[in-house]
Design a protein around this ligand. Structure first.
Ligand code: MG
Length: 220
């Protein structure tokens, strides 16, 4: 199997999903969070991957499931303490993803100073599209990214508005966590996050028709 075919299914064997919170200024402000001075990193387990064709399921006990559309970076080459100058050499490609968030659970966790694992890492909390090889995207920091619910636009941003660039994130994370082939880094969401309900249809896209996703929502 060639490495490209292998990476096409990174979500089946990749071991880590590292996520960046508060990486777009307007999104920080809409949730009344301060702007970060360094990247805020959290994780989802690999069991949170959800591929198209399956429904997004609002978990039992969650009263406010939020959509967050994000550009994902798929790592192709293992590395630790990667300098920003060579960070892009470790990227195999990209994926369009949702960082689904049980906002009510997250608010409770934040109030108690607890981790966000249950709010961000439940099964199916990371819907993704198809693997996009690196060569397909000339500049990952110049991509429109959008999300609609039932055809109505909710999120529309551009990856040029990230506070911390992709090389910055790769360098920061790999300072203390080895990045491995098949790992995914979610780079944060632009403003416009909000709740989804049972029977909603979520569509989202990246670039100028580069890729798009569609998911129906149900309740557990
Ligand atoms: Mg997010």
């Amino acid at each position: 199997m060639s490495s490209t075919q292998h990476l096409n299914r990174f979500w089946e064997w990749g071991r880590k999903i590292l996520c960046v919170g508060r990486n777009y200024k307007e999104h920080c402000l809409e949730l009344k969070n301060p702007l970060p001075k360094e990247p805020l990193i959290f994780m989802k387990p690999p069991t949170s991957y959800l591929k198209q064709g399956k429904k997004i399921i609002i978990p039992n006990g969650c009263s406010e499931l939020h959509h967050e559309v994000e550009l994902g970076i798929v790592i192709g080459t293992k590395g630790k303490k990667i300098p920003q100058s060579s960070a892009m050499d470790h990227v195999a490609g990209y994926v369009l993803a949702l960082d689904l968030t049980a906002r009510d659970w997250q608010s409770k966790a934040k109030a108690k100073g607890w981790p966000w694992v249950m709010a961000k890492g439940f099964d199916g909390s990371c819907p993704i599209g198809d693997f996009i090889p690196k060569e397909t995207i000339k500049d990952p920091h110049q991509l429109d990214i959008w999300l609609k619910i039932n055809g109505s636009e909710k999120q529309k941003g551009n990856t040029s508005d990230m506070i911390f660039s992709i090389p910055h994130l790769i360098s920061f994370i790999s300072e203390n966590i080895t990045l491995e082939c098949g790992d995914l880094i979610l780079t944060g969401t632009p403003e416009g996050v909000g709740p989804v309900e049972k029977d909603d249809v979520i569509t989202c896209g990246l670039g100028d028709g580069l890729t798009s996703l569609k998911f129906e929502v149900d309740r557990e």
